[in-house]
Design a protein around this ligand. Sequence first.
Ligand SMILES: CC(C)(COP(=O)(O)OP(=O)(O)OC[C@H]1O[C@@H](n2cnc3c(N)ncnc32)[C@H](O)[C@@H]1OP(=O)(O)O)[C@@H](O)C(=O)NCCC(=O)NCCS
Length: 143
Amino acid sequence: MTRIRELTIGDYDDMVRLWERGRIPFKPKGRDSREEIRRQMRKNAELFLGVFDERLLVGVVVGSHDGRKGWINRLAVSRECRRKGIAQLLLACVEKALRKRGARIFCALVEESNLESINLFRKQGYLIHRDILYLSKREGEDV
Ligand SMILES: CC(C)(COP(=O)(O)OP(=O)(O)OC[C@H]1O[C@@H](n2cnc3c(N)ncnc32)[C@H](O)[C@@H]1OP(=O)(O)O)[C@@H](O)C(=O)NCCC(=O)NCCS
């Protein structure tokens, strides 16, 4: 039986396992380190969601709100449990949590080659903006 709940820092190793297996480019020495995630969870517990099959974490998403928009980050579902609607469930729940914080725009950064993810977001009503380039300024490789 699957269920969804807020994640705690006790789930950290399982979250990382899903990100590694899903080839998510996460930052274990930066914003995804155990200490950083612990700090973020203290402020935004309801934006860290996991789907469990019995006691096994099979899906994860991290929401963030920048004061203007809601962002969908680090979404991953274990290979064995894909195409069962788990990502859609995570998206719906994290959007709901972001909406409670005032978000009316939901966004995600997706690699151009990631067709699974692009299809998923489009199915959920997201539009692709081909005229926009992502620019960022980073204070180091690991942040
Ligand atoms: C992308 C990902 C999260 C989808 O998880 P999922 O639980 O399998 O997705 P769902 O079952 O909710 O699928 C919803 C829709 O997404 C699309 N989709 C999902 N997997 C797909 C695939 N392999 N090929 C084409 N479309 C796909 C389909 O439109 C699907 O609807 P359908 O099953 O009715 O056709 C999962 O493939 C994954 O973890 N990938 C690796 C990590 C990753 O890329 N994360 C996203 C980073 S932005």
